[in-house]
Write a protein that binds this ligand. Structure first.
Ligand SMILES: *Cc1c(COP(=O)(O)O)cnc(C)c1O
Length: 377
């Protein structure tokens, strides 16, 4: 997509590489990175992200569904691709034919999936150790181990591993730290019992970004890294043990600058009324670009290094900002919605905190109308 400089996102692949190398330093060589590239690589653009990761030697990818898996398969022909969620069993053949690995969400699902094809489907069994979402749920590791063994009897399933997902690994509250430890202990016991019975699965994995950051454990053969690879925090502003840098910046252009006077209003609903003479600039971005309307009169942007407040409601394609403190504000200038200007930075995490969401939602929400521009030098 060509950049005609209205609203665009700059994705820096060198920073991605740096983040991956930083994350690797926090793990032993027993754990391999499984790059989570669902939702178009968290809005960063899966093709370029996957190509860069492949060049770096990453061979494991995780996605949310079959469409994403097929799309990754076209980009990284020889990679391992795990679908983290449910796929209707009628697609078993398509999963197998494309050498994709499917998550087993329940015993019933395993049985139907196996009966839906005569090809072999590679699978990882999901264990629900406390997330309460998908997966086998048992009171004890032994019962769970028996259930895994039952699933392994299905003729057309090749069970390569078991995995679980942490619910509160991003928290520093003692009860939550304890909860995470229990989740890890449970799946490790299941794996051990299987080993004791002579079943040595290739994979056991339970680490997400927060897991690697705060609960690293070399028993996990894979680390399903999403948000930290993109340089955002699992739980902003809780500190990370390593320094990461956001991969994406989000920018737009000033289209108009005007002086307004006491009593003048700005944008729909007239929610903003000037109390004094001020300078207001219009910016070429709106909620249809994924810049949330919830940021109306709440958000800030960087413009020539100055933090400028949003005045009034964010419109579909445009919004207005207070540029009274900006010298020589002019149409055609670039405004940074997410990113660095001088010594100041607005991260997707900070922007998210202004309207009660998380950086994940912000980057995933930058719409397809916004061209992604790649920097790799
Ligand atoms: C999305 C997802 C991840 C990645 O989570 P991050 O917090 O971005 O690292 C890992 N595992 C599962 C099951 C997921 O759904």
């Amino acid at each position: 997509m060509k950049n005609h400089k209205r609203a665009w996102a700059e994705v820096n692949l060198c920073i991605l590489e740096k983040n991956i190398n930083t994350i690797k330093k926090g793990m032993s060589s027993e754990t391999e990175i499984m790059a989570v590239v669902k939702a178009d690589a968290y809005g960063h653009g899966e093709k370029e992200i996957i190509n860069k990761l492949s060049d770096m030697g990453v061979t494991y990818f995780a996605v949310s569904n079959l469409d994403e898996a097929l799309s990754v398969r076209k980009i990284a022909e020889n990679s391992e691709i795990l679908i983290l969620g449910y796929t209707p069993p009628e697609y078993a053949k398509e999963i197998a034919a494309n050498n994709i690995t499917q998550c087993i969400v329940s015993e019933e699902y395993a049985e139907i999936l196996s009966k839906s094809t005569d090809m072999t489907v590679k699978c990882h069994i999901k264990i629900d150790t406390g997330m309460g979402r998908i997966g086998l749920k048992y009171k004890t590791p032994s019962e769970c181990c028996n259930a895994v063994k039952e699933i392994m009897k299905n003729k057309n399933l090749d069970i390569e591993g078991i995995f679980t997902h942490f619910a509160v690994a991003d928290s520093d509250v003692p009860e939550n730290i304890d909860f995470t430890k229990k989740q890890a202990a449970f799946i490790k016991s299941v794996y051990e019992e299987l080993c004791n019975e002579g079943i040595k699965l290739r994979h056991i994995h339970f680490l997400n970004s927060a897991g690697v950051s705060y609960h690293y454990d070399s028993v996990s053969t894979l680390a399903r890294i999403g948000i930290t690879m993109y340089g955002l925090y699992p739980n902003y502003p809780l500190a990370l043990p390593c320094e990461l840098e956001p991969v994406m910046e989000f920018k737009a252009i000033v289209s108009d600058v005007k002086t307004i006077y006491p009593g003048d209003s700005v944008s729909y609903g007239r929610t903003f009324i000037a109390r004094e003479n001020m300078k207001v600039a219009t910016v070429t971005v709106g909620y249809a670009d994924g810049y949330s309307r919830l940021l109306s009169s709440k958000g800030f942007v960087l413009y020539k290094g100055v933090r400028c407040a949003i005045t009034g409601r964010v419109c579909m394609d445009q919004m207005m900002i207070d540029v009274s403190e900006v010298e020589n504000a002019r149409a055609g200038d670039t405004v940074t919605l997410i990113g660095r200007e001088g010594s100041d930075i607005i991260t997707a995490d900070e922007l998210a905190s202004w309207y009660g969401t998380i950086g994940y939602e912000v980057v995933c929400g930058i719409s397809k109308r916004v061209p992604r521009i790649y920097i790799d030098k």
